[in-house]
Design a protein around this ligand. Structure first.
Ligand SMILES: Nc1nc2c(ncn2[C@@H]2O[C@H](COP(=O)(O)OP(=O)(O)O)[C@@H](O)[C@H]2O)c(=O)[nH]1
Ligand SMILES: [Mg+2]
Length: 138
């Protein structure tokens, strides 16, 4: 099914110069990059984006990490892009992410209370709609 997802290259991915590699993987799969913006995350945006994690003990670790430098945010489209991008990212924990996935190939183990795992991707059509609205207002 033709659909859109929201993706992000987190501060670790930007700092380590992996923007081109990550975007290249989307393009290799023939997904279309519909919108793209580099920006600093404000506390407000982060709390809206991770509304389900705000109460977790590790949220401050996430906040420090996610606001430590610019991120690249984008919208990608294509058939089944939401699930496909999640598969391409690999699982949350870099220790468990399989080689061949972005996290399995590039992410480092946990540091300073935040799992630094290079990328984000919407986990469902509802999340995609919500996140595209939060980040791109559309
Ligand atoms: N330190 C720490 N960070 C976590 C934990 N769970 C999630 N995170 C961070 O919060 C982000 C969002 O969590 P989640 O939506 O569950 O995972 P994702 O969808 O795979 O990114 C993850 O990518 C990690 O950066 C945890 O148990 N401990
Ligand atoms: Mg998530």
């Amino acid at each position: 099914m033709q659909e859109q997802t929201f993706f992000m290259i987190k501060p670790d991915g930007v700092k380590r110069g992996l923007v081109g590699k990550v975007l290249g993987r989307l393009e290799n799969r023939d997904f279309r990059i519909e919108d793209l913006q580099m920006r600093m995350i404000t506390r407000e945006l982060l709390e809206a984006h991770y509304a389900d994690l705000v109460d977790k003990s590790f949220f401050e670790g996430i906040a420090t990490f996610m606001m430590s430098g610019p991120v690249v945010t984008g919208i990608a489209s294509g058939p089944d892009v939401i699930k496909s991008w999640r598969t391409m990212m690999g699982v949350t924990d870099p220790v468990l992410a399989l080689p061949g996935t972005i996290r399995g190939d590039f992410a480092r183990a946990q540091e300073n209370g935040a799992i630094q795992n290079i990328v984000h991707g919407s986990d469902s059509p509802e999340s995609a709609r919500r996140e595209i609205q939060i980040w791109f207002g559309k």
